[in-house]
Design a binder for this molecule. Structure first.
Ligand code: HPA
Length: 234
């Protein structure tokens, strides 16, 4: 048991999927896992453990933003010995070829700041995905015929960003999408020698203003869960 994860030792699997929203964690556990059990509910940030095709897997909400994700990922890594962490979440599209509903596999995650900044000081560390997970996720997306893009994303600290110039620079540098968690997940995986990947559905588009209709969200989220599970156990 840790400060923020009320599960007992052994109740969390070595592979954990991390949606931002704890209710998505509940939906994914009930929909995709066999014998899913809620292992804790501290702060309503639920964690579940079950099996998928015979593999033990947990699904733990991360909350929104890097400070929140950092708490859960640190405790999963340090106290529960988690080896593989896959974020499943949404992002805003930043390139014309990236459409709402498409999936982005984040090869790298640029950021202005993360909870790890104090370690890096002036160094611009390049947080990146585990290549084995990335290539397996790509194969899984292609097999499911899900439109998929692989490249850099931007992990922002602000959803309501008042700096249009920054978004323009990201787009100019080929960044595919913006979300708020992946860079810190990649930092922590690198620091502790674990595997990490962010699988993201484009839920809205910064240039076109298009947004995923509510009725499509579940199907898109389901595609992400499939891709993440197939990548984790490829
Ligand atoms: N900005 C930041 N995070 C997001 C966005 C966005 O536009 N869409 C989904 N997650």
């Amino acid at each position: 048991m840790t400060v923020h994860i009320g599960a007992k030792a052994g109740e969390i699997a070595e592979t954990v999927l991390m949606p931002g929203d704890p209710l998505r964690a509940e939906w994914a556990a009930q929909t995709f896992l066999t014998d899913a059990v809620r292992v804790h509910k501290v702060r309503g940030m639920y964690g579940f453990t079950g099996t998928w095709k015979g593999h033990r897997v947990s699904i733990q909400g991360s909350g929104m933003g890097m400070p929140s994700l950092s708490i859960y990922a640190n405790e999963l890594i340090r106290d529960f010995g988690v080896q593989t962490l896959i974020r499943i979440g949404s992002c805003g599209g930043m390139q014309p070829q990236v459409k709402v509903r498409d999936v982005i596999l984040a090869m790298t995650a640029s950021t202005l700041s993360t909870p790890s900044r104090g370690i890096f000081k002036d160094l611009n560390f390049a947080p990146c995905a585990d290549y084995g997970l990335l290539s397996a996720a790509h194969a899984a997306a292609v097999a499911r015929k899900v439109p998929v893009h692989v490249g850099g994303i931007y992990s922002s600290d602000v959803f309501y960003d008042e700096r249009p110039d920054l978004n323009e620079q990201m787009t100019r540098h080929g960044i595919l999408g913006v979300e708020m968690e992946a860079a810190e997940l990649y930092n922590l995986a690198a620091r502790h020698g674990r595997r990490a990947l962010a699988v993201l559905t484009v839920s809205d588009h910064l240039q076109t203003g298009e947004a995923l209709p509510a009725e499509d969200r579940e199907r898109s989220f389901g595609d992400m869960v499939h891709i993440a599970l197939e990548a984790a156990f490829a």
